[in-house]
Structures are given as C-alpha cells and as structure tokens.
Design a protein around this ligand. Structure first.
Ligand code: DHE
Length: 584
C-alpha cells in the first residue's frame, strides 16, 4: 500500500505531464480552456460500434459534391459512427460537439475541414492527424465525407423488434421454484465486455458458475425486483433475460431494441415487481417497455423533441440512465441531449402517461440517495448534478459540482461525520470528488449543496463506491493516463471526512493482481451482499490476462484474486442483491 503523500507527489507530476502533453503538439494548445476534452473525458465519448457496421449508400448527389466512391463512403461512415458520432451526433446535427451538416461544412470548405481534423481545436476537437490516430488519406476522406449529406441509419420500430424477439423458454415451462443451490443474492454478474458475455460468479467461493453469451460489447446488468431475472444489455441493443432459478441459469428470452443502446431496468414499485422491463437506446433515440416475463415489446416512445431550455428541435436525444422508482409505478428516464427526465407511469400500459421534467443537458448516469426517494444524476458536459424528487416528480436542485464532468456510476451514499447523509460523485476531467448533502429533513442547511470537495488520485475517475456496512469510500481512476493511477484505487475513511483535507490510502490493485503484461485499468468497485468485501475489475486488452481483485473492506488488504481464461475484459460487476435493492 502506498502512502497518500507518495501518490500526491505522483499526482502533481501527472498534472504537469498532462499540461505539457497538451501543449506539445501545437502552439495554440496553450490557449486551450480548462475544459478542453483531450484528456480522459474525450476518451470516454460514445463509440457507435454497431451503427458503424451498417451498410449505407451515398445520399442523392448534388452538383458540386466532392468525389467519393461507394466504398470510401462506407469506410468513412464507419469511422464517423465509431469516432465522431459520440460528439457530433449520428445525423451530424451536433451534441457536445458542433453540427457538421453540409450547410455548415460547405461554408468552411475542404481545406479548413482537413486542417481542423488534422490539428484539432482548443474547444475540444481531438487532433486526429498529429496524434497519429488517422492517416492523411483517412483525413482527406473524412473532410470530403462531411461535405456530403449524412446517411440516416435505419429506424427500429415494433415490426423490427418483434422480428428479433425470441422466447427460448416460455413462462409456463420455467421452474416454479429455484432449482439450483446457488446463493443467487450474492451472485455477481460480471460484464465480459469484448467477449460479448457475462460471467456469473459466486460471491462467497469466487467460483465462476457459468459464462453466458449476450449482446456485443455488453454494457450493464440489472436485476428484477424479486431477484429472479437478470437483464443484460449489449451496445448492439440486444437484451438477454436470464432466469436465475433454472438448474443451470440461462437466457429465457431475448430481443433487440435498436442498433445502439446502453440501459435496461425493471419495475420495482411494490405491487409491480418483475412486471415490466424497459430498455433505452442511443439509436434510434427511443425507449421501449416490455413484458417482464417474456420481453415482449409493448410500447415504444421516441425521445425526439425540443431541447428543454432553447426549445429547439433535437433529432437524436439519446437515452442514458434509467432507474425504477420505489415511490411511484414509474421509470425515470434520462434523455441526454434534450436535458429532460421522463417519468414514465406504467400503471396503465395502454394509456401511458409520461411527465417530461426539465433538468439539464447531457444527462448521463446517476443513482438514488439512501432513502431511495431522490435521484441524483450527472449532467456531465455541464459539470452539474441534477436532483430529482421521485416521490413528487420534480427537480429539487441543479448543483454545480465545481469539477469537470461528474461521473458517479450510481454514486455512493455515506453518513458524513459532519453533514449527515450525503451522496458522492467523482469526475472524469479532474481529481475532485463532490460530496452533496441529501437530507432535507435532518440537515436542511446542507441539503442539495456541495458540502465538501475531496481530492483523489487524479482525473479519469468513473466510479465511486461504498456500502451501508462499510466505513470507506472508494474512488477509481481507470481513464487516467498514468498507469500507476489507473491501476490503483483511492480509499477515504468516512470518519476522516470530518477533517478539512482528508487524506486517502492507495490500493495498488493491478500490482496485487500480479499481471505483468499490458496496461490494465482498475474499474468499478462492487460490494458483496454482506458489505464486507469489495471487488474491482482489472481490465486488460482482450488478448491479455485480466482479473478481479477482491479487497477486505475492514483491513483494506487483498483477500483474493480471481483469474480464469474465461475472464476476458471484465468491467462492470453487479451483485444481485445490491443491484436489485439499490444498495450503493
Ligand atoms: Fe458506460 C453505465 C453509457 C463507456 C462501464 N454507461 C452506463 C450508463 C450509460 C452509459 C448511459 C447508465 C446506465 C443505467 O444506469 O441505466 N458508457 C456509456 C457511454 O456512452 C460510454 C461513454 C461510451 C460508449 O461508447 O459506450 C460508456 N462504460 C463505458 C466504458 O468504457 C466502461 C468503463 C467499460 C465498459 O464495460 O464498456 C463502462 N457503464 C459502465 C458500467 C456501468 C455503466 C460498469 C454501470 C455502473 C453502475 O454501477 O451501475
């Protein structure tokens, strides 16, 4: 274990290296504003991996169009969807990046575009050419590509969903009781990202009970309220529904809900447990409510519409996090580009009532406070956290976190020695950790305010974690450019938060994993059911060894390392009990 002082020294050096790194390629880089996105935040822009595979044709040619062969156009479309669409939008109408429709690009012309792609810009455009990420030929091709009309990827409505929908085991053919001796509440569903699989790992013996094929570049797992069904969504928008009661748990139903997706959830309100599932997609921009037993698609809602404050039309507002309310029969759906939260009342599915709440643009991930009443969610490109009251259905506050790009995962709820119940998020863009008061009744002066700012190892953090039984707060930094930092985890003692500048302990997780090859990153802590062990993924390249490192929460010592050739690119881990009960 390293001392906080040693890591602080490394940190300062990293900060200096980063500044130098940004300044080196071009003189103009010195003018870059503080929120320039060349750092870890830029590395985290969405890649439309499945859309990149679709076959497209050059839209109707107009006089003056640059020359492009169909194969060049296809290649450019793939590059665009995989590298550019995350910021500029699938339809090139702009998201966090500027619009790139022909009316704009033709105004600027080919040479300007070529240079812009080559050198980047202080406002956040990466320097694709000087960084070596694109060849001169590719840049030439991309500059011609954005002068042409963008191709529109296919829509995905009820006929397409129904065609993809398969019930492998009908509800009446499934077991009436649990048929295995697994402790399913303490099972972990582990994302094996690049294998397109999940591993089910026993929380006590660390045994890999089963590996199940799922969607491509699988993203998250969520569990039905009863704990019986596990839902897994891939980036290709495929949802697998796995029955954990079967003798050998397996997929009982599957569906594709679009071409690109990231979120899935199930109904948790008392009386509605396991009744419905919901999936949200990036493309097409929509969400679908499905039957909770079979995944039959029931209702589809497009998210296209007006941006909440400008009242201008956005053609592709992506669906980010979806949570299930514990106070109302509602799904809470983050609509990224329009900055709205949809409260989807599923009590009468034939007459779906949707309340659109104005929040803030670029909503991403988030979680509930310890009472499960308030949903705290990052509007990441706006450096804000929105607090939504899921009982009353309105926004309580929009808090500036005074850091760059908050990224909480579901956040961490701790009982602060000075401020009482608080919720915590780290940031992608810097080392700050924002601590927000969440107790309007017991601590009204501190509620919905950033009551403290902590400094962890460095930028590139994606997830914080704790557990009601734990006295610790864990902060990862998988996207930090420094291997020592991205391979470690910072731990704050909750009791130490009473101090003005609490120090943290660093756990050298990659070192503990004993992996020599590659530059694995440590990502997303997840507690076991009891709350006395925390698991971290040691996420290496697909063809190299990865691992899961289990840490004893009381002693902060290594408990065990799970290694197995089937553990290919482990990232997210979802403990069945903690996920279904929203314990974090
Ligand atoms: Fe995620 C959650 C989107 C990249 C691991 N990720 C989420 C959620 C969204 C999202 C909208 C919230 C889902 C919810 O709660 O319903 N993630 C995106 C992206 O758009 C992005 C930036 C780029 C992309 O092209 O996908 C992206 N995510 C990643 C990764 O690179 C990570 C680190 C590794 C991986 O497996 O791909 C990653 N995302 C995760 C994890 C969660 C997640 C582990 C769930 C955290 C939790 O505790 O609930």
């Amino acid at each position: 274990m390293k001392t906080p002082k040693a890591i602080r020294a490394t940190l300062l050096m990293t900060g200096a290296a980063l500044t130098l790194g940004l300044a080196a390629p071009m003189a103009v880089a010195q003018d870059k504003p503080k929120d320039h996105a060349d750092g870890p935040a830029a590395a985290y822009e969405p890649s439309m991996t499945t859309l990149g595979q679709i076959q497209v044709e050059i839209p109707g040619r107009k006089p003056g169009d640059p020359v492009m062969t169909p194969s060049e156009f296809q290649k450019a479309t793939t590059i665009y969807f995989e590298r550019c669409a995350g910021c500029h939008g699938v339809l090139r109408k702009g998201a966090t990046g500027k619009a790139l429709t022909p009316d704009v690009t033709r105004e600027n012309g080919f040479e300007y575009l070529r240079d812009f792609i080559t050198y980047g810009s202080p406002a956040g455009m990466p320097n694709w050419g000087t960084s070596g990420e694109m060849t001169e030929e590719e840049i030439d091709m991309m500059a011609r590509y954005v002068l042409l009309e963008p191709p529109a990827p296919p829509e995905f409505g009820m006929p397409e969903m129904k065609a993809s929908w398969k019930v492998h085991v009908a509800p009446e053919d499934r077991p009436a009781e649990k048929m295995n001796d697994w402790d399913i509440d303490n099972l972990f569903s582990v994302t094996l990202r690049d294998a397109g699989q999940i591993a089910l790992i026993d929380g006590a013996s660390y045994e890999i009970k089963k590996v199940i094929d799922t969607g491509y570049a699988v993203h998250i797992s969520r569990i039905s309220a009863s704990g019986r069904y596990l839902f897994v969504i891939g980036r290709d928008a495929k949802i697998n529904m796995i029955d954990l009661w079967m003798e050998s748990p397996d997929t009982v139903a599957e569906i594709k809900i679009g071409s690109e997706a990231r979120s899935v959830e199930t109904s948790k309100m008392e009386g509605w447990e396991d009744k419905y599932a919901i999936g949200g997609s990036y493309w097409p921009p929509q969400y679908v409510i499905m039957d909770g037993d079979t995944l039959e698609p029931l209702r589809i809602k497009s998210t296209r519409g007006m941006i909440f404050d400008e009242e201008t039309y956005h053609p592709e507002p992506r669906v980010a996090a979806i949570l299930s309310s514990h106070y109302n029969p509602e799904f809470i759906v983050n609509i990224k580009e329009t900055g709205k939260i949809h409260l989807v009342d599923y009590s009468d599915i034939n007459s779906l009532k949707i309340t659109e709440v104005d929040a803030e643009r670029f909503l991403h991930d988030g979680g509930l406070d310890s009472t499960k009443r308030y949903f705290l969610t990052a509007a990441n490109a706006r450096n804000k956290v929105v607090v939504m009251d899921t009982k009353e259905g309105d926004v309580e506050a929009v808090i500036d976190t005074d850091g760059l790009t908050p990224h909480p995962g579901r956040g961490a709820n701790i009982n602060h020695p000075t401020y009482g119940p608080v919720w915590v998020t780290s940031h992608l863009g810097d080392d700050t950790v924002a601590v927000i008061g969440t107790d309007p009744e017991g601590n009204p002066d501190h509620a919905w305010k950033m009551v403290q700012q902590l400094y962890a190892m460095g930028g590139g953090s994606l997830f914080v974690k704790t557990h009601p039984e734990s006295d610790n707060l864990y902060v990862d930094a998988p996207l930090n450019p420094d291997a020592e930092i991205s391979g470690s985890v910072a731990v704050f003692k909750v009791a130490d938060l009473a101090q003005e500048e609490p120090e943290f302990t660093v756990l050298p997780i990659v070192e503990w994993a004993g992996i020599a090859e590659g530059q694995p990153r440590v990502v997303q802590g997840e507690f076991n059911k009891e709350g006395n062990e925390i698991w971290f993924s040691v996420w290496n390249a697909k063809d190299l060894e990865s691992a899961i490192v289990v840490v004893d929460d009381k002693t902060l010592e290594l408990k065990t390392v799970i290694k197995d050739e089937r553990l290919v690119t482990p990232t997210g881990k979802f403990n069945v009990y903690n996920t279904r009960a929203d314990v974090y």
